[in-house]
Design a protein around this ligand. Structure first.
Ligand code: GLN
Ligand code: ZN
Length: 764
């Protein structure tokens, strides 16, 4: 019989119970015992539900109070030395200190770095290694979970990040230089102890995860895989399911086939099932092959009939050794579609969240084992969903499709080259050297939040809401005038979120009530769902921008979110290639840009903070992505006159790999994050001879600290070493919505003052 399993379940809870419990615990509103109870209840609900649905193997170790990589560090006793000072009274508080710098007990400390988990929006805590790193075994956080799972099932599988991926994701942090690969032998020994421990606990399988296999790896790392698994598998009775996800690994099949592990899990969603055609040439039928056939990262209902067809071949070949599962952990899916009360029924039948995905895995397994009649009803519903979506008018819009088909290269090209536009813009705007501006948002005060909330719940009407927001805009403009900034913004008071705001006003987007996905720690995001062709019903930002501009003699920037970012932070359609969705969004934005221009807004910023984030893991796929992403941006922005200035903003600081694509965006001005890197990243722009204008962030808005005039001036003078003065702008790192006016006002005053002084010094 084929077996079913899930790579991991969401742990945040259907109503974000863990988030609220964590935050209460951190505020000392509840005890650690109460927090543990909430956690145990979430695990219990998850396991019971998987069991009831007929899943054969329950997964232990998929729960985490903050992050699974940090859990692994705790398990291996990898804790940076600085945490030893002011140690907390208990392990969990020390765990929180590493994750976030503080906990109810123990002293404050600089937390470990956090970064994105492969190409997802989940963030992990980066392990820190020293040269003489020792590895141990501390099972205190895991033990209660195993004990709890044992009360539910004898068929337990442990989810564990593999040694090579763990090492790969960590950072050398020592005064002495060393290569972290030198730590591998010790690490493998520690993993042997983990496996021994799990074996004693009666765990039968370990889902040992090596997602780095889906990256381009050099020989040193490939050898590390071979070496680790040869040793680990030789010395244990426990069965190892080598698990990969987020991409294809068929370029490494020959090497993987030689590993003495007992099973292999493939993500056949990320690669469109291409690997399945190849795998049986390499992977013997005497071993387990687990096929990740239900998408763990998107929200569409599985097309059961198509999945069964895909599985036919491997079913014949692997027989009882075939496992079916999710492509990756369901951590990246919202929890339960049944929580949604407001979604349109038509759309709802096309969707599956984690709970529904578990059922799909069970259904597919039942159909493989007992024939399609075993899931007759489920198959019919799935067929019906497929058919209704293909024909649905809310999905397919002829006009949009025609417009898409008629896009020409000319539409992606500004009328003149930047060299010419520069001159036209200089005459038109006459901005000073080192012109000062901000990134868009101003503090989101309680008044703003209250106004938006009252409007949503219909406590105030449209006119009252407009007035409230206009009042905020007026204040923001007055503040900026008195601070003396050169190019103003309206402040984005009407926006709760830069993607949600546009999604709400575009056709083809839907919003859930509880579709939360963990981003980091207790923080969750609720991405919109792009379900149909995207088009703009009416102008979105024009009235706000016009109003703002009417209040000042100075230029007020229009403020839009770019196509790639809108895509990256949404659940996207799978029935259209990404470039087409991006172009649909771009066309809608293009209309908005042109409307803004027609209404007298001639500085327009199109933010692309997710530009880097969507970059594919494999080099071979990067060029195609960069091509459509750049194309979409240009389609959105190129329809304006030479004298209209297009700005863009990106909030991160690694540009090396993508600098030529950034130049190809052909934005007149780009603002970037850089204050924390002491302007060093400008070297990239300098080396590349980035031709357009650039505003390196000189005020780190991620901290409440107010930078002094001297600090900002110093950064500006440093920046001028890399970027010609005529090309330099002066601005903060990012939007100011998370700050207070008490912080922002003096910081911006200092920034304006610093620009003035730097102007004098640098032109003297
Ligand atoms: N315009 C946006 C803001 O200022 C940009 C935010 C971002 O880069 N993430 O809030
Ligand atoms: Zn930013």
């Amino acid at each position: 019989m084929a077996q079913s399993h899930v790579l991991g379940l969401p742990r945040i809870g259907a109503k974000r119970e863990l988030k609220f419990a964590l935050e209460k615990y951190w505020r000392k509103d509840i005890s650690q015992t109460e927090l543990q109870q909430v956690a145990a209840k979430i695990r219990q609900t998850n396991w019971q539900s998987a069991k009831d649905k007929g899943i054969d193997w329950l997964t232990v170790g998929d729960f985490s109070f903050y992050d699974q990589v940090l859990d692994t560090s705790i398990l291996l006793e990898v804790t940076p030395e600085r945490f030893e000072q002011g140690l907390a009274d208990n392990l969990l508080d020390n765990y929180f200190r590493i994750a976030r710098g503080s906990a109810p007990s123990g002293s404050q400390v600089q937390p470990s770095e956090m970064t994105k988990w492969f190409n997802t929006n989940y963030h992990y805590i980066v392990p820190e290694f020293k040269k003489e790193q020792q590895f141990g075994l501390n099972t205190a956080l895991l033990q209660p979970q195993i004990e709890q799972a044992k009360t539910l099932s004898k068929h337990l599988k442990m989810q564990l990040i593999g040694p090579v991926t763990y090492l790969f994701l960590g950072k050398e942090r020592d005064s002495a230089e060393f290569d972290k690969l030198s730590l591998l032998p010790g690490l493998v020994k520690a993993y042997q102890s983990i496996l021994d421990y799990l074996n004693q606990q009666g765990i039968q399988w370990v889902q040992i995860e090596e997602p780095i296999l889906a990256l381009d790896l050099d020989d040193a790392w490939l050898n590390a895989i071979t070496q680790s698994y040869t040793e680990l598998a030789a010395d244990t009775d426990i069965q190892l399911l080598l698990t990969t996800y987020f991409g294809r690994i068929d370029d490494k099949f020959d090497r993987i086939a030689e590993l003495p592990v007992d099973g292999l899990h493939l993500d056949v969603i990320a690669d469109g099932a291409a690997q399945l055609k190849l795998v049986k040439e390499y992977w013997p039928s005497s071993k387990v092959l687990s096929v990740g056939i239900v998408n763990g990262r998107n929200i569409w209902r599985n097309e059961l009939r198509r999945s069964l067809a895909t599985l036919q071949d491997v079913k014949q070949h692997y027989g009882d050794n075939l496992w079916l599962g999710s492509s990756c952990s369901l951590l990246h899916s919202p929890v339960d579609l049944n929580s949604e009360q407001k979604l349109d029924d038509e759309l709802k039948q096309w969707l599956a969240f984690a709970e529904q995905k578990v059922t799909e895995i069970a259904h597919l397994t039942a159909a493989i084992n007992q024939g399609e009649t075993a899931i007759k009803e489920a198959l019919e519903l799935s067929d019906k969903a497929v058919a209704s979506r293909a024909e649905s008018e809310v999905v397919n819009n002829r006009k949009v499709q025609q417009r898409l088909a008629n896009i020409t290269d000319i539409q992606r090209q500004r009328a003149s080259e930047f060299e010419q536009r520069k001159v036209a813009q200089k005459n038109h705007f006459n901005f000073p050297l080192l012109a000062t501006t901000t990134i868009g948002s101003f503090p989101q005060t309680d008044t703003i939040r209250q106004a938006r909330k009252s409007y949503k719940s219909q406590q105030i009407n449209q006119a009252e809401y407009t007035q409230a927001i206009q009042q905020e805009i007026r204040q923001a403009i007055e503040e900026q005038e008195s601070i003396g900034l050169d190019v103003l913004v309206h402040g984005e008071a009407e926006r709760n979120d830069m993607v949600e705001y546009f999604g709400e006003q575009l056709n083809g987007f839907a919003f859930t009530q509880f579709g939360w996905v963990q981003s980091y720690g207790s923080r969750c995001v609720k991405p919109p769902i792009i379900y149909g062709d995207v088009w703009r019903k009416q102008p979105i930002t024009v009235e706000w921008s016009k109003y703002a501009q009417s209040l000042s003699e100075k230029k007020v920037k229009g403020m839009l979110t770019g196509p790639t970012t809108i895509l990256a932070w949404s659940f996207e359609r799978e029935d259209l290639p990404a470039y087409q969705i991006a172009d649909q969004v771009a066309l809608a934005l293009r209309d908005e840009v042109i409307d803004l221009e027609a209404n007298g807004i001639d500085v327009i910023q199109v933010d692309e903070p997710a530009f880097r984030e969507l970059l594919p893991l494999r080099k071979s796929e990067q060029a195609a992505y960069l091509e459509w992403s750049v194309n979409a941006f240009r389609l959105a922005t190129a329809g304006v006159k030479d004298t209209t200035q297009i700005h863009t903003h990106m909030c991160y600081s690694e540009f090396n790999e993508v600098i030529d694509s950034i130049a190809r965006l052909d934005a007149d001005v780009i603002t970037i994050e850089s204050s924390r890197s002491d302007m060093e990243l400008l070297q990239t722009f300098n080396d590349f001879k980035y031709p357009n204008e650039i505003g390196p962030g000189v005020y780190d808005i991620h901290s409440p600290r107010i930078p002094t005039t001297e600090e900002v001036e110093k950064l500006l003078i440093q920046a001028a070493n890399y970027i010609p003065l005529e090309q330099l702008w002066v601005n903060p790192d990012c939007g100011l919505k998370t700050r207070t006016w008490e912080q922002v006002r003096p910081a911006l005053q200092n920034l304006v003052e610093a620009a003035k002084e730097a102007r004098e010094k640098l032109t003297a």
